[in-house]
Design a protein around this ligand. Structure first.
Ligand SMILES: NC(=O)c1ccc[n+]([C@@H]2O[C@H](COP(=O)([O-])OP(=O)(O)OC[C@H]3O[C@@H](n4cnc5c(N)ncnc54)[C@H](OP(=O)(O)O)[C@@H]3O)[C@@H](O)[C@H]2O)c1
Length: 333
């Protein structure tokens, strides 16, 4: 099969188009013929070597976490899926590789594709949808009537998180630049701050939840817009000790993780705020919940660009530039 392979870590290093044997299927996996693969910042960060310690992949590696496609084979222990099913998933860590013609996916991480969505739209959902779900429903336990600030509302995570938060009954504030104001309003944001014109810290007060996805400065400011008892959920670091435990990190990495988040945890504690870091996980059950919301019309995918498979490196560069309005997807022939 054809696949885009990372042969060596390196910043902006091009992936190599290679012909490889079809992957071997484990008993609890489903082989999916890839119709579309969603790209994420995580793909470029892995390629750059930023995740070497957290996700120690062996190279060469086929990149790509999100897939939409058709089941072509099922392992002997698979119960819920059969050949011909249209499915989508965020593949598991250490079992990624959706930038290829076929990818094996654990049954527990897979869901049927939402009815009414095309393959490209479906491939745009899993990683960012599950991130928003695990941050807002899981970590933050966001409730009706609460106020949530979602940074970068026009990005992959932001476009989904705004819609999910509104569905949960929260009031949503977000940041974006001038060109994307209409987009985030159309997704349901109640209060939109143009970050090029205004500092969110000057506008927002007494928030219950912040979904943080930007830099350390924004993290600091986020502490000041939360009320006592509020929750700060970060998806862009620094990782917390719970994360070190969850990935069964070495003693060295656990210590590093503890030190990295020491400052923000201390500041949060002093203000009566709960800080947590999320590193999202594949999850088929949660993806089915997301499917229901999409089929009910509560959440829609926001696709910025679809690239042909051959242009995967261009698609990666587009994502990395950090200006995507919603999601970027690669379409297989
Ligand atoms: N920990 C996890 O499990 C996890 C999961 C998913 C994502 N992440 C991380 O979360 C971050 C966001 O991911 P993503 O997929 O949403 O990224 P993305 O789609 O690439 O984000 C692009 C968007 O960010 C906006 N943006 C850039 N700088 C901004 C700023 N200073 N203020 C407000 N908006 C800004 C851009 O809008 P403008 O063009 O208007 O500036 C653009 O629409 C990344 O660092 C990613 O690695 C972590």
């Amino acid at each position: 099969m054809k696949a885009f392979v990372l042969d060596r870590y390196g910043k902006h290093r091009a992936l190599q188009l290679a012909t490889l044997p079809s992957p071997t299927l484990r008993d609890d996996e489903v082989l999916v013929q890839v119709h579309a693969a969603g790209l994420n910042q995580l793909d470029s960060k892995i390629r750059d070597g930023e995740f070497k310690r957290i996700l120690p992949y062996r190279l060469p590696l086929i990149l790509g976490h999100d897939v939409a496609g058709v089941v072509v084979e099922v392992g002997p222990r698979v119960r819920q899926f059969k050949a011909g099913d249209e499915v989508y998933a965020r593949t598991d860590d250490f079992r990624i590789g959706t930038l290829a013609e076929f990818v094996p996916v654990k049954e527990a991480s897979l869901a049927l594709k939402p009815k009414g969505l095309g393959m490209e739209e479906a491939a745009s959902i899993p990683l960012v949808g599950l991130t928003a779900w695990q941050a807002l429903v899981g970590k933050a336990e966001l409730k009706k009537g609460q106020k949530v600030f979602i940074q970068a509302g026009s990005g992959g995570v932001g476009t989904f998180a705004i819609q999910l938060a509104r569905h949960l009954g929260a009031t949503v504030a977000t940041t974006t630049s001038t060109a994307n104001l209409a987009l985030v309003k159309s997704l349901g944001a109640d209060l939109v701050i143009d970050y090029k014109m205004q500092d969110f810290e000057e506008v927002l007060r007494d928030y219950d939840v912040v979904l943080h996805s930007q830099d350390a400065k924004a993290l600091d400011k986020s502490l000041r817009v939360l009320k006592r008892g509020g929750k700060l959920v970060s998806i862009s670091g620094p990782p917390d000790p719970e994360f070190g435990e969850a990935i069964a990190a070495s003693a060295f990495v656990k210590l590093a993780v503890r030190l990295l988040s020491f400052g923000v945890r201390r500041s949060a504690r002093a203000r009566g705020i709960h800080y947590s870091f999320l590193f999202m996980q594949a999850n088929g059950d949660q993806l089915r919940e997301i499917t229901r919301l999409i089929e009910a019309g509560s959440i829609r995918p926001v696709l910025d660009r679809v690239f042909p498979f051959e242009a995967t490196n261009e698609a990666m560069a587009y994502v990395e530039a950090g200006r995507a309005k919603g999601k970027v997807v690669v379409k297989l022939p």
